[in-house]
Design a protein. Structure first.
Length: 459
């Protein structure tokens, strides 16, 4: 009898293909919901006055880190991008809530938030990888996602957001009575809690009807209230309690969809928060030194200009021919001045995960660092360079080495160990952990999978 022989290489190729198909099919049955509560400090979890029963219940059934180190600048869009890419701003390219544009020598810089994802993010995201693998995604009020082709249901965090929202989702939200035509037309003018309600109901709708493999959801009200009144204020505690009810609604939607046993819920935040009794106005200093010109309240010319990012001021020198002369003058102006803790020079940028100005035009030429209790303003008028904080009494944006900037990290549900408490992790660890939970690989990341949080079957 003639024995049939199989060639070894073709057999191995077939075996690998079958494993890949099986692995992909398994990934399609898994779900991750990321809830990023903007401005929820990691340290607030242990404040007994903060009402967070739903968030604490998820932590009790899962794993919590004592804090999560954020990226610089510690503001919203850069850190949401670190969460979804696994790399720092030095690589992913997002340094502002928009794109900073140098408009010309001696002219002021400006930040434009009306940009597509492709103009903002320079590396592959977790939702890009999932799309390539045939998995489904949704992003509700998630930054840097405008016109992102790899998101199936997209309601982006951008001005004129409904102009860039997935058309079928708009139609369904209207049909379900979640949003009206009047609310769509005046969406940007709605109070932040009202927008949070619409975003939450949109996320719940997508979870119940389409059960995406990945949902990215970003409520905003806690950040808005903490800016206006400061963290641990009566208003701040109320905002946190409201955010907790939104988390509860998301958890209920997962249960209603019948995917609770296959879903991992991550509750994270983009940065911490700090109260700031005083506000620094460095552009007033620059104006008085003849480095900046103002007409009315608008900066019309600038050899040097500070763009505030909360606890740091990104300082731009716009005339290349006098760059070093202006740099020395600016350092002399701000060294030892009230409220200034440090002046970070380009040779220090790398240790903060930031690019060089020569490599990234958005990057500042110097960074002013505020002392605790001070924040930066863009104001260039008036005579005072330090004023009492009024409309903004809380801020973030301080260097990530400041523990008050630590964010929240909680993982609960499928594949997560119960009752585990971790030392602080980094936010660049979130994307590779999502990838592991969904059975895909996110290449070339700076972060690592938080294996300590995962059950053996998910590692």
């Amino acid at each position: 009898m003639r024995r049939i022989r199989f060639a070894a290489v073709p057999f191995l190729v077939l075996f690998a293909a079958l494993l890949s198909v099986a692995h992909g099919a398994d990934g399609q049955q898994r779900h991750v919901v990321v809830i990023c509560v903007d401005g929820l400090p990691g340290w607030l979890f242990d404040d007994p006055n903060a009402s967070m029963p739903a968030i604490r219940a998820l932590a009790a059934k899962g794993t919590r880190a004592e804090g999560m180190t954020v990226s610089n600048p510690s503001v919203t869009w850069p850190n949401h991008t670190s969460l979804t890419t696994g790399v720092r701003p030095e690589r992913h390219g997002v340094l502002f809530n928009g794109v900073l544009e140098r408009t010309g020598p001696g002219l002021p810089v400006k930040v434009d938030p009306r940009k597509d994802k492709k103009d903002l993010v320079h590396v592959e995201t977790i939702y890009d990888v999932l799309k390539e693998k045939g998995l489904t995604t949704a992003a509700i009020n998630w930054p840097c996602t405008r016109n992102a082709a790899s998101i199936d249901d997209n309601f982006p965090d951008v001005p004129e957001s409904f102009q860039h929202t997935t058309p079928r989702l708009i139609a369904e939200l209207k049909q379900e009575g979640i949003v009206t035509d009047a609310e769509i037309d005046g969406f940007a003018k709605l109070p932040t809690p009202a927008r949070d309600r619409i975003w939450t109901q949109a996320a719940c709708h997508v979870i119940r009807t389409r059960k995406p493999n990945l949902v990215l959801f970003h409520p905003l009200n806690v950040d808005a209230v903490h800016h206006r009144y400061g963290p641990q204020s009566p208003a701040g505690y109320t905002a946190v309690a409201y955010a907790d009810t939104l988390v509860h609604q998301i958890v209920d939607a997962v249960a209603d969809a019948g995917i609770g046993d296959r879903t991992t819920i991550l509750v994270v935040s983009d940065h911490g928060f700090m109260s700031i009794p005083k506000t620094l106005q460095p552009n007033v200093v620059l104006r008085k030194a003849g480095l900046l010109t103002v007409e009315g309240t608008q900066v019309t010319a600038a050899r040097a200009q500070v763009v505030p990012e909360g606890g740091i001021g990104m300082l731009y020198l716009t005339v290349r021919d006098s760059l070093e002369e202006d740099r020395k003058k600016v350092i002399e102006l701000f060294r030892g001045r009230e409220g200034i803790a440090d002046i970070v020079t380009p040779d220090q940028f790398k240790k903060y995960g930031l690019p060089q100005p020569d490599d990234a035009p958005q990057m500042a030429d110097l960074i002013l660092v505020a002392k605790d209790g001070y924040g930066f303003s863009a104001t260039a008028t008036g005579d005072e360079d330090v004023v009492k904080s009024e409309s903004t009494t809380g801020t973030h944006g301080f260097l990530s080495t400041n523990p008050k900037m630590n964010a929240t990290f909680i993982a609960s549900g499928a594949g997560v160990r119960e009752g585990k408490k971790l030392l602080p992790i980094e936010n660049i660890d979130v994307a590779p952990t999502i990838a592991r939970l969904l059975g895909v690989e996110l290449p070339a990341v700076d972060g690592k999978v938080v294996t300590e949080a995962l059950k053996a079957t998910a590692k």
